[in-house]
Write a protein that binds this ligand. Sequence first.
Ligand SMILES: *Cc1c(COP(=O)(O)O)cnc(C)c1O
Length: 452
Amino acid sequence: MTNHNGQEQATPLTALQPDGFAYLNGELFVEGLSVDKIADKVPTPFYCYSAATIRNAYTLLADKLKPSGASICFAVKANSNISVLRLLSGLGSGMDIVSGGELERALTAGVSPSKIVFSGVGKTRAEIARALGVGIHQINVESAAELDVIRDVARNFGCRAPIVLRVNPDVDARTHAKISTGKKGDKFGISIESITDLYASAAEAPELDLQGLAVHIGSQLLNLSPYQAAYGRLATVVKELRSNGLAVRRLDLGGGLGISYDFGLGPDVSEYADIITESLSGLRCELTVEPGRWLVGPAGILVTEVLYLKKTGDIVTAVVDAAMNDLIRPSLYGAVHPVLPLRSSDDRSTCAYQLAGPVCETSDVFGSYGNLPPLQSGARISFGCAGAYGASMASSYNSRDLVAEVLVDVDRFRLIRRRQTIDDLLGLETSTPWQTTQPNAEAANTVGMGRI
Ligand SMILES: *Cc1c(COP(=O)(O)O)cnc(C)c1O
């Protein structure tokens, strides 16, 4: 494409992705920067995020939600880098956390405790105490047993714990079995049959400031009708509680809005917002949604380099330097991430490859791709739509260090997490006093063992 000044312009990957990633003269750009140039400075593999893509997603969703009055709490587990949290917080987002660690991240990012909601099925006494201690906005209670512990901790503090009860509405989210959370038998929430009794008893407890209800039916929802079903049931419960003389002021509607993993059309956010308005705004409650994936998923790529090509049966496997410990979604959920080469060649021929990582697991495979440009050792490629549940789910399995994360904003980039070093990894471990030190243990320390 050429603009009116005769300059070469970036070709967007699709009309839906105009702000973040595009090819310019055959080179993949993140906003104003060539990814290849970043990779010259930051060793692969690394995650690279586009600030503009996150900003645009947040602004669009907030705008669509306006008629419903719903506010947004970003689900921190989707991407918990402090700089990403700070970016979203700066746009007005609150945070939905699921652990004490995420609470500390949100606080470190400067998020006010009055904008933090604490979800999760197994909060410990210490996590609850810390949350109440900092003055958290709301704790989403997942069971009667947890409610007892929250009461106990609040009594010790001499405060009233702000809570909502999470209902399991028994709705099939029609998503991957591993990420369904709102069906009877899933470990999440309080069954819809027992919610009225528990609500009534919680309303009487002097240590509890019972505000309302929460639901979260699953993740990566592409079909919106399960929301309609869940919110319909939620509205019925609210009416029932109110007819029993109980106050319901807040409704937390959960997250789960899916994205297209091939830059196609995802679910229609206008329709999502309409479902919220139509099902719930008549109840005059304070509404909150907790999207994670939808806000950050399309904004990130995982940049990697081809190490080796090898013939495996009838097909060629390209072994790349990223692996399932860096991005586990393909191995865990059978997810397929689009491949974006850092340089597209003029040669339009395509080849089929299986892309695999170096980890010693048969499942460490990113997938089989039918139409990639010819690859060779040293070629850099990236996996798209990796901004959610990528870096945040990474581990150091196979003693591979956690990779770096880079944030691009217009024409600048910043390392927002340095790569882990071998010292970070080994430094957590101590030797037993009853094992004798091997003479070569010292030698190992002096030889550079880090991944280059
Ligand atoms: C994981 C989670 C979310 C976010 O889910 P997404 O699919 O990333 O939108 C929201 N709320 C709760 C309670 C969660 O556990």
